[in-house]
Design a protein around this ligand. Sequence first.
Ligand code: MLT
Length: 254
Amino acid sequence: MYQPTLVFVHAFPLQSAMWQPQQNAFGDDVRVFAPDLPGFGGQARLDGETFSMKLAARFVQRELDANKIDRFVLAGLSMGGYIAFECWRLFGDRIDGMILADTRATPDSQEARAGRYAAAERIGRGDFAEWAEELLGNLLSPATLRDKPDLVDVVRRIIHSSPPESAVAALLGMAQRNDSTSLLSEINVPVSVIVGEDDRIISVAESRAMASEMPNATFTSIAGAGHLSNLENHDAFNTAVKKLLELVSQQAVA
Ligand code: MLT
C-alpha cells in the first residue's frame, strides 16, 4: 500500500524537536522528515533580516529536494501552517495531504501586527527571556501548565534556546505574511485541521470555520491541549494524523 512520507514544519519559536511524539508514533512505519527552519534548532541564527514565510517555504522545498522526497503529506503547526500555505502556493502539486494544526489562513490584523513589532522591539532591547516566559504561558493550556511540569520544562528549554535575533526575524516575517484564505477552496487534497480546545491563539470556532472552507477537510479539536496540541495531547493528535494517512492512502489506491 502507498505509504506517504510525513513532513513536519515546526511552530515559532520552536524547532523540529517539537515533533518527537510524532516521530516516535510514526517513524517506524513511514518516513518522517522534520527539518529545523533557518534560525532555529541546529540552524545558524538569523540576524537583521525578515524571515518571510515564502523564504521558509523555499527552504523546505530545497530540503525536500536534497533529501529526494518527491511527494508527501505536509503538516504545519501555527507558523508551520503559515509556511505550509506558502508551500502549497509554490509546489502544491507535490502535496498528497495536509495537516494544519493550530493555525490560520488569515493574515495578521493591524493590532496583531503592531503587537509583533512591539515584541520585536522588546526583544531588541534585551528582554528576550521575559518575553519568552510570557509566551510559554500563552502557548500551553492551563491543564498542561498545572499537570505536566516535565513537558512545560521541555517547551521552556526549547523556546529559551532560540536565538533572540531569529525570533525577531520570524516575528517580522509572520507580521508580513500573505492572506491565504483564497487558497482554502483550491486545496483539494485530504486535509486534517486540528486545534487544541484551549488554544489561546487560534480559537476552536476559527479553526472549524477554516476547515469548513476546504473541500476535503476534517476537523478535530483536542481535549486538554492549548496551542501546542501535538505535544500536549499527542495521543489524540496522532489519532487524527493516522486517520489522515489512511485517507491519503485510500485516495492513492482509488
Ligand atoms: C506559533 O506557534 O508558531 C506562533 O504562535 C504563531 C504566531 O505567533 O502567529
